[in-house]
Write a protein that binds this ligand. Structure first.
Ligand code: 13P
Length: 249
């Protein structure tokens, strides 16, 4: 199981160091490549130094769709790799809604990230209106296919580098975790789309995200086709996040 912590725009340097040290105390029991932390860009160097000899990997919460040049405020995939990161989250719903990121942009960013040698967590998720209307599976299929569109022409880009995170927008930060039935249905659906449309040469992991915590994570890990979780709020406290990691083992 993968347990990824998306710190979003939280934690100053001291808070982040304290939290990281709390996690590092348990490094021995962790499994390599299964715990990934996504700090804000600014504190990546500090967190990289703390985690570089540990089993915890780090990544960023976004990357640019461009290589370099006049793109004020953006950070390229090459820079992220150069800073010691192994992963990047692309297409989080907060970026899709707040920064107007389309699936086409997500796809272009994913190509840059994978080409730079990063592993990519591509997020998809329907909002509450899509769910109420009942057409959420169409929305998810469209997001998934468009977000992979620039990758699917190149088998090398599909190799071992993509993870999908299903994060229903209505479940993020609300305490309304999706039900077992909802998660099972969507994860199965994603697996089917992947296996019938793409030639991934590995069993592409699918994470669930949306109000995951230490209390509900054990049940979520037992659901078919759940390969891990992407955690927001509950990754900001070391005890809480450690309990989720423990539940994943
Ligand atoms: P919460 O766990 O706070 O609901 O956030 C989920 C998320 O957006 C992770 O990327």
């Amino acid at each position: 199981m993968i347990v990824a912590g998306n710190w979003k725009m939280n934690l100053n340097i001291n808070e982040a160091i304290e939290l990281s040290n709390g996690l590092l105390k348990h490094n021995e029991v962790f499994v390599e490549e299964k715990i990934i932390i996504f700090p804000s860009f600014l504190i990546i160097p500090e967190i990289y130094n703390l985690f570089k000899n540990s089993k915890i990997s780090i990544g960023t919460q976004d990357c640019s769709m461009y290589d370099n040049g006049a793109f004020t405020g953006q950070v390229s995939a090459e820079m992220i790799k150069d800073a010691g990161c192994k992963y990047v989250i692309i297409g989080h719903s907060e970026r899709r809604s707040l920064c107007h990121e389309t699936s086409s942009i997500v796809s272009q960013k994913a190509v840059k990230a994978v080409s730079a040698g990063l592993k990519v967590i591509i997020c998809i998720g329907e909002n509450s209106k899509d769910r109420e209307k009942g057409d959420y599976l169409f929305v998810l299929e469209d997001q998934l296919k468009q977000s992979l569109s620039d990758l699917s022409n190149d088998n090398n880009l599909l190799s071992n580098n993509i993870i999908i995170a299903y994060e229903p927008v209505w479940a993020i930060g609300t305490g309304n975790t999706a039900s077992k039935k909802d998660i099972e249905e969507v994860h199965k659906f994603i697996k089917e789309i992947i296996s019938s449309n793409y030639q991934f040469n590995y069993d592409l992991p699918i994470l669930y995200g949306g109000s995951v915590n230490s209390k509900n994570s054990s049940e979520i890990f037992k659901i078919n086709n759940v390969d891990g979780v992407l955690v927001g709020g509950a990754s900001l406290k070391s005890d809480e996040f450690l309990k989720i990691i423990k539940n994943s083992m």
